[in-house]
Design a protein around this ligand. Sequence first.
Ligand code: GDP
Ligand code: MG
Length: 436
Amino acid sequence: NLGNRFQDIFKKIKGNGKLSEKNIKDALKEVRLSLLEADVNYKVVKEFINKIKEKSVGEDVLKGINPGQQFVKIVNDELIELLGGTNARLTKALRPPTVIMLAGLQGAGKTTFAAKLAKFLKKKNEKPYLIGADVYRPAAMKQLQVLGESIDTPVFTIEGSKDAVEICTKGLAKAKEENATYAIFDTAGRLHIDENLMEELKNIRKIIKPQEILLVVDAMTGQDAVNVAKKFNETLNIDGVVLTKLDGDARGGAALSIKAVVGKPIKFIGVGEKLDDIELFHPDRLVSRILGMGDVVSLVEKAQETINEDEARELEEKIKKQTFDLEDFLKQLNQIKKLGPITKLLQMIPGANQLGDLAPAEKEMKKIEAVIQSMTKEERKNPKLMNAGRKKRVAKGSGTNVQVVNNLLKQFEQMKKMMKMFGGGGLPGMKGGFPG
Ligand code: GDP
Ligand code: MG
């Protein structure tokens, strides 16, 4: 069990104050082994370990927690990132029905998922419509019909037909006629990927023009699931993955590799044979399940919040006393950076896309950071020290030029002036009461 193993690993991290290459060395090795044993793709593991190392080494351990706990939080966040970050959502067509096409190998769980999804949608007051287009597997259509009946959802098939494209064409027309809001197409699978299967799927896609092609893969097959997803994606350009049978002794490796290897998000997981055993995929929940350390994560998050509050108060104090220097400025930049890339942050603000390309702002911030980082502590505290020689050195060290350094220093002076206005109590000219 990955969870227990991770807990042991984290307990062994010693030391305090800072995470160092030395005190996380063994832990990193163990994390690496555990992931490989859980059947995570080796390239993914390698990149993952490097990222963890980069994020950990030199990191100050927060007040009130120990290095192991801090390390857990880093591993936790990176695992979530690896799984694709935010929760994936199902598309909804502007004009119904939303067309969802399922694909996958035989036995992956397509037909079961079709019914699970229909039930899931019904609970959300949607009107799903099922179309059974598996013309190969004996009794496949019957299976879908029985499932459909059990959840009171109409199922379209053409008994005895061997023409999947015809079924899909007529099925879509019927779904529209019935005013369905979702048309779910269950397709045939094979034991292995072959040309015929891919041709058929491409033909179906052409006819039904799905908003979502969901690839259903069996988590129990581990790395095979990842390879299958990769191949399907190359020919079909899928929109997302459904990972089934995560209830079994699937080791989770497939889940952890798919986003990194295939580049498409997992949207749903299947966690049992019953029609209620379906979950929208939440990366944080799976990670919590894998690490089994939800408490530690929230503890560290709390500690981080207090630190942020402390830092904010400290900054405020400095602004008031007018001792805010470039070192503080750098800290503030880091605070902002913790929230994520500027471009992403701004995307969350309605209308921000009208601001045009935001990448330059991002670049600008990186430059500023590089310049400040190339300055000595003394220089950061007292920018007046920056003479021509020092400016040249900093420009070279930061990979910028003297003009950039000059600009930054000028901007910083202006900022300080602004702070004086606000921090010093009142606007200029208002000192000592109202003018006049
Ligand atoms: P298809 O060939 O892709 O249509 O696969 P089916 O939907 O017929 O499923 C194949 C088998 O896997 C059936 O016995 C299902 O009950 C089972 N199955 C599907 N999804 C899950 C799941 O999430 N967990 C478990 N344990 N079994 C599942
Ligand atoms: Mg089937």
